[in-house]
Design a protein around this ligand. Structure first.
Ligand code: SOE
Length: 392
């Protein structure tokens, strides 16, 4: 019987729900070197946390993360709380000898991200993973394998869009994600960060210079009574609060291998619910992915016979595709929640010493530096801005 991995998760919102599902399913579908035990879920409201513990399958609930992180009967801490809490909790957990999984983006600032990366580097033998979960989509893992094998040749273009519309209605209520103090930034850090991480991971090269623009279309919204959930329509009689983050933005990027990147992100792209897209064009071929068709990867091979060339739609659901061996027969498809299960599987295997797991905090710090460079470029009205010390 594998040893237990006793886990404490901080956060009871959308990511707390997604990670709870992943902790429950990972040992049921994958052979793991340790048996995760969902020991404690930590929230801010006692009643809501108790209800979350019962509903999501945690042994107990707490409202005191400091006490939980210090417990001798906790081995790993999974941080699913708002961005302004990441640094303090992660640094304390690492100092207490706990492995850490922290939701993206790593922090609300480069300073905090550097503190976290330094703490992880000093914590020898501990795993520190940042939850850029889309890396664990089988179709994207296939794309990474094709690019790494040289199938598309020298990469020249990266074209990434992450488009949502849960804020399209001006009356959609303000959650913590619209408060710079809590979230650090808006669409840039929430979903643009995913595009930055995916692009650097797929290409194996770092963004070294950006030129960007950010935009806030709706500058105040009805306050949201509860802290959870995306979108909807707020209470018209609720007090209105200022929106202090970006609703959308775009930037061009230069990669250290010379590739050119074009990035767009918005939470007000009406009609696009969760269109996380990336296309990478190389000298000998291209790949294209859209999370709204997450089981498919479009592949173009310039070596195909003239007259029958074109993008092929590959169903990334074959047994040989990453992670698929644990799930369904070919063609049955996976969903958003599977990427989190894969993330937990990789985390548990790394904790058991089966190899490194990415993106570690140093790689997540590089993403944070790109975000900061986009904000700096926007402040200077789009001047091309170097990214801090790139650590791809
Ligand atoms: C909201 O935009 C959000 O929940 C992101 O925070 C997640 O990282 C993404 O996976 C789905 O959309």
């Amino acid at each position: 019987m594998p040893s237990a991995l006793r886990v404490a998760m901080i956060g009871t919102g959308f990511m707390g729900k997604a990670h709870s599902h992943a902790w429950r399913t990972a040992p049921r579908f994958f052979d793991l070197p340790a048996e995760p035990r969902m020991a404690v879920i930590v929230g801010t409201d006692a009643a809501r946390t108790t209800a979350a513990a019962e509903r999501f399958g945690w042994e107990e609930g707490s409202t005191d993360w400091r006490q939980v992180v210090a417990r001798d009967d906790i081995d790993a801490v999974d941080i699913c709380s708002p961005g302004d809490t990441h640094a303090e909790i992660a640094v304390a957990a690492l100092a207490a000898g706990k492995h850490v999984l922290c939701e993206k983006p790593l922090a609300n600032s480069v300073d905090d991200a550097e503190r976290m990366a330094d703490a992880a580097a000093a914590a020898s033998g501990l795993v520190a993973l940042c939850g850029f979960s889309y890396r664990r989509t089988p179709a994207l893992a296939l794309a990474r394998r094709l690019i790494a094998d040289g199938r598309i040749g020298e990469v020249r273009h990266v074209r990434a869009q992450y488009l949502q519309d849960w804020l399209s209605a001006a009356e959609a209520p303000a959650t913590w994600r619209l408060d710079r103090e809590r979230a650090g930034s808006g669409a840039l850090g929430d979903i643009g960060a995913h595009s930055v991480d995916t692009a650097q991971w797929l290409t194996g090269s770092a963004i070294v210079e950006v030129s960007g623009v950010l935009r806030t279309f709706v500058t105040e919204r009805p306050a949201r009574a509860d802290a959870v959930g995306l979108g909807g329509v707020g209470d018209r009689d609720a007090p209105r609060v200022p929106v202090t983050v970006d609703d959308a933005g775009a930037f061009t990027a230069r990669f250290d291998d010379g590739a050119l990147g074009v990035f767009e992100f918005s939470r007000m792209a009406t009609g696009r619910r969760n269109a996380n897209r990336i296309e990478i064009d190389g000298e000998r071929g291209s790949i294209a992915f859209d999370f709204e068709r997450m089981n498919e990867l479009e592949v173009y091979d310039a070596a195909d016979e003239a007259g029958v060339q074109g993008f092929r739609r590959v169903q990334a659901t074959e047994a040989g595709h990453p992670y698929l061996e644990a799930w369904w027969p070919v063609g049955h498809g996976l969903g958003y929640e599977h990427t989190f299960t894969h993330e937990i599987v990789d985390f548990v295997r790394a904790v058991a010493g089966e190899g490194p797991v990415e993106p570690d905090f140093a790689q997540a710090l590089q993403v944070q530096r790109v975000l900061a460079a986009v904000e700096e470029s926007d402040r200077s009205r789009g001047i091309r801005t170097a990214v801090g010390k790139a650590t791809a």
